[in-house]
Design a protein around this ligand. Structure first.
Ligand code: DP6
Length: 328
């Protein structure tokens, strides 16, 4: 009744921004992401060996909302396999949480795989993706490697809202994603609250959701052709549109810092000089630079020159998987 899983984070090129069902975490639109290696989260789950549920994240006991989210995900597993008893969960990530790489995505993906295995349930990427989604929406895209699409689905119970792999990590090994950490501050408004405010108050929200849905097919075509310019331009406009709809919320949500814009403008200058580098930006100030192997070091230098205090380098990663080495 003990299992350990490893999962990579992911970075969305067509973002998820806004829920139609808050409790089940069902989105208004589909999204598409690249699973990022080598960074990862490892999680061990054991049922039946403790008197009370205990959750330890990165060396500290989880409390409040954080612990509640993990326990809610475990309860979904306990509902499938009764008499499992109380659980001990220990989870550790090897990349800075402040990187804004939604460590919760890798964390809930690893938790979903480990918890189901600890409960004796067979591996099932769809069931794992649905379980991970209910912890944190973007986590459903970290169950499989390469490029994954989270189809929004239409069922009220969320049974058709999960992510599926569109391309394995071997499809485009030269792709590079460089996280420019220009700020280590906790973001003022978490994604969960920011997207709720946006759905409720931004007059641009319906246009955002329609447009993001329409970008999935062109994004897949660009990735199929390994066309960096096409996917780069698409990623930039999708990120701008997500931030535009958030800026139009009431109160407005501005995640950009001066150094964020410095990176964005520097990338445009690189492109004018013939070097393919593009950005995407989650709900935080740290841009992620999309480029290729040949331009990766240049992207790292550019990030540092624009004020990044830390740079995290990623490339397409593999599936979430069970591993033998338990954390306790
Ligand atoms: C901007 O998945 O962290 O990173 O479902 O409320 O847990 P919850 O939100 P979360 O939101 C991620 C938003 C994003 C875009 C993306 O990853 O698609």
């Amino acid at each position: 009744m003990k299992a350990t899983a490893l999962a990579h984070p992911n970075i969305a090129l067509v973002k998820y921004w806004g829920k139609r069902d808050e409790a089940r975490i069902l989105p208004h639109q589909s999204s598409l992401s690249v699973t990022l290696a080598p960074m990862h989260v490892t999680t061990t789950v054991e049922f039946g060996a403790v008197e009370a549920d205990v959750v330890e994240l990165n060396g500290a006991t989880a409390k409040g909302g954080e612990a509640a989210r993990v326990l809610a995900a475990l309860d979904l597993v306990r509902a499938l396999a009764p008499k499992l008893g109380k659980a001990k969960v220990v989870s550790r990530g090897d990349f800075p949480a402040a990187a804004g790489l939604a460590s919760s995505a890798a964390g809930f993906a690893a938790l979903a795989v480990a918890a189901r295995a600890a409960a004796g349930l067979p591996r099932d990427v769809r069931a794992e993706s649905i379980l991970a989604r209910q912890g944190s929406g973007s986590a459903c895209r970290s169950i499989q490697g390469g490029v994954c699409v989270w189809k929004k689905g239409t069922a009220l119970d969320g049974s058709d809202s999960f992510a599926e792999q569109a391309f394995p990590d071997s499809h485009w090994p030269q792709l590079r994603l460089v996280v420019a950490m220009v700020s280590r501050e906790e973001k003022e408004v978490k994604s969960r609250d920011g997207m709720r405010t946006t759905v409720e108050t931004s007059p641009y929200y319906p246009a955002w959701a329609r447009n993001a849905e329409a970008e999935i097919q062109p994004a897949l075509a660009a990735i199929a052709a390994r066309d960096l310019q096409a996917i780069g331009e698409l990623s930039e406009r999708n990120a701008w549109r997500m931030h535009a709809t958030a800026l139009a919320a009431d109160p407005p949500l501005c995640y950009l810092k001066p150094a964020t814009l410095a990176v964005i403008h520097a990338l445009a200058a690189e492109r004018r000089a013939g070097r393919p580098m593009y950005f995407t930006l989650d709900a935080g100030p740290n841009p992620v630079i999309l480029t290729d192997e040949a331009n990766e070091l240049r992207a790292v230098e550019l990030a540092r020159a624009c004020g990044a205090t830390e740079v995290v380098r990623g490339q397409p990663g593999g599936d979430a998987r069970l591993v033998d080495a338990h954390l306790f």
